[in-house]
Design a protein around this ligand. Structure first.
Ligand SMILES: Cc1cc2nc3c(=O)[nH]c(=O)nc-3n(C[C@H](O)[C@H](O)[C@H](O)COP(=O)(O)OP(=O)(O)OC[C@H]3O[C@@H](n4cnc5c(N)ncnc54)[C@H](O)[C@@H]3O)c2cc1C
Length: 417
């Protein structure tokens, strides 16, 4: 299993701290340096966080995968914002106890003119974008638009730094990560320049509200491993409207000629639309991403799939990549929504190392807890969980209560922002 790598975070932190280091190297540690230090460190971390938005599989692997890289993106952005917000306060604080008028004047002087307007506009924009980051319940499209205000806000912050400090070496250390991060993400990921062309070869319906799509590569295929996911966009076709943006889907099958099979459940506008997909529609695929079920040690395994989380495991089953005796718990909402039951039962009939417990009840935490309280955990298995965040949290805490150590439990949440 791929582990969190220190290389990427260390590099991002270094890039984030360089502007503050350059500032102190040129000016020394005299005068009102606390405020300046907070400002340079804060804006440095914010700009470095933008580098962690790019969606390049090789770069993401420096962080231990895309999801971990996004966690660092959020952490650097949030810490940077808190430091940047503290910097006008640091101007006033030394005077607060002795002379509140002087303290206010220091604070207000930093808030006036072009410098102040740019600074506060950037601060408010960052606040909106960061607020959206943590509002997981916002509809995805609204979340994305609010989060995108961060890009504009960073430009305002850079304008503020330029107005306040002029063209110093430290400013030149802020610009490259911001420009590279924003430009790279926009061109390569959002506008799809890094995507490979595919075409829909076949479509079927393995269960209610679930579509299985097989894509044929039209150029060199992506080298995807079972358990990984790709970012996928469909374009217009006869009787089909594309969604116009890239969505993540686990690969549920990999063909000899590089075909990719995806299993897509209707959850919102785009995935609902995909249910009417037809052969011949053009697709673009980015990736592959994800460390789920990679580099597994040989030995017993426990797999738990909730609903459409079955997709990631089907990739492993279809590649016939069992590592040892495998207990597979597959919970679905109802028989009508249970994809691949026949295929799994046929596989089990010829592969005695697989035991399958499939039952309705993916919405009911009591059922999952009941099943997990009775499952055999000796010899201790590696555990792989895939499904909705709530199911993963329930399974994780039930297994921890039964004494399984956290580093044996690996999961893929079908949700990242
Ligand atoms: C690593 C990973 C693997 C996944 N694998 C599968 C799979 O194999 N099969 C499957 O059916 N679903 C899978 N999903 C979930 C799938 O991506 C969402 O259901 C789909 O994007 C919903 O889009 P929508 O517009 O129909 O729904 P919406 O109602 O717009 O979104 C529902 C939720 O999906 C997520 N989402 C929506 N759009 C995007 C986007 N462009 N990028 C990232 N997340 C988005 C958000 O968390 C959102 O809250 C996976 C998700 C992740 C993160």
């Amino acid at each position: 299993m791929a582990r969190a790598s220190p290389a990427g975070p260390a590099l991002a932190l270094l890039i984030g701290m360089l502007p503050a280091a350059a500032h102190f190297a040129t000016l020394g540690t005299q005068g009102i340096e606390l405020s300046a230090a907070l400002a340079w460190l804060g804006s440095g971390l914010i700009c470095a966080s933008l580098l962690l938005m790019v969606r390049e599989p090789g770069f993401a692997s420096w962080f231990g995968g895309l999801e971990r890289m996004y966690r660092w993106h959020h952490a650097l952005g949030t810490i940077g914002y808190a430091l940047a917000l503290a910097h006008p306060l640091a101007l006033a604080v030394p005077f607060l106890a002795s002379d509140s008028v002087a303290a206010w004047q220091r604070f207000a002087s930093a808030s006036q003119g072009t410098t102040g307007i740019l600074g506060w506009a950037g601060t408010i924009g960052l606040m909106i974008g960061l607020g959206a980051t943590f509002a997981m319940r916002l509809p995805y499209a609204l979340w994305r638009r609010l989060h995108a205000t961060l890009g504009v806000s960073v430009l305002l912050v850079l304008g503020h730094v330029y107005a306040a400090a002029g063209t110093t070496a430290a400013l030149w250390l802020l610009v490259p990560p911001a420009a590279l991060g924003l430009g790279w993400r926009l061109l390569r990921a959002d506008l799809g320049k890094s995507a490979r062309p595919y075409e829909v070869e076949a479509v079927s319906q393995p269960a209610d509200r679930i579509t299985e799509v097989t894509l044929r590569p039209l150029a060199a295929p992506l080298q995807v491993l079972p358990g990984q996911f790709v970012l996928l966009a469909f374009f217009e076709g006869p009787r089909f409207q594309g969604c116009g943006e890239y969505h993540p889907f686990s690969v549920s099958g990999i063909g000899q000629q590089g075909q990719l099979t995806l299993t897509i459940k209707a959850l919102g506008d785009c995935t609902q639309n995909i249910q009417s997909l037809r052969a011949g529609v053009a697709a673009r695929v980015q990736g592959p991403f994800g460390t789920f079920m990679q580099d597994r040690p040989a030995g017993p395994e426990l797999w738990i799939a909730g609903g459409i989380g079955i997709a990631a495991f089907m990739g492993v089953v279809r590649a016939d990549a069992l590592q040892g005796p495998t207990q597979f718990i597959y919970l679905y909402r109802s028989e009508q929504e249970a994809a691949y039951l026949d295929e799994l039962q046929a596989y089990r009939a010829t592969h005695p190392r697989l035991t399958l417990l499939a039952q309705a009840g993916s919405d009911d935490t009591a059922i999952l807890e009941h099943v997990l309280a009775r499952i055999e955990l000796a010899p201790v298995p590696e555990v792989y969980l895939c499904g909705p965040p709530g199911m993963i949290a329930t399974a994780r805490s039930a297994l921890r209560r039964r004494g399984l150590s956290a580093n044996r439990i690996h999961s893929e949440k079908f949700d990242f922002r």
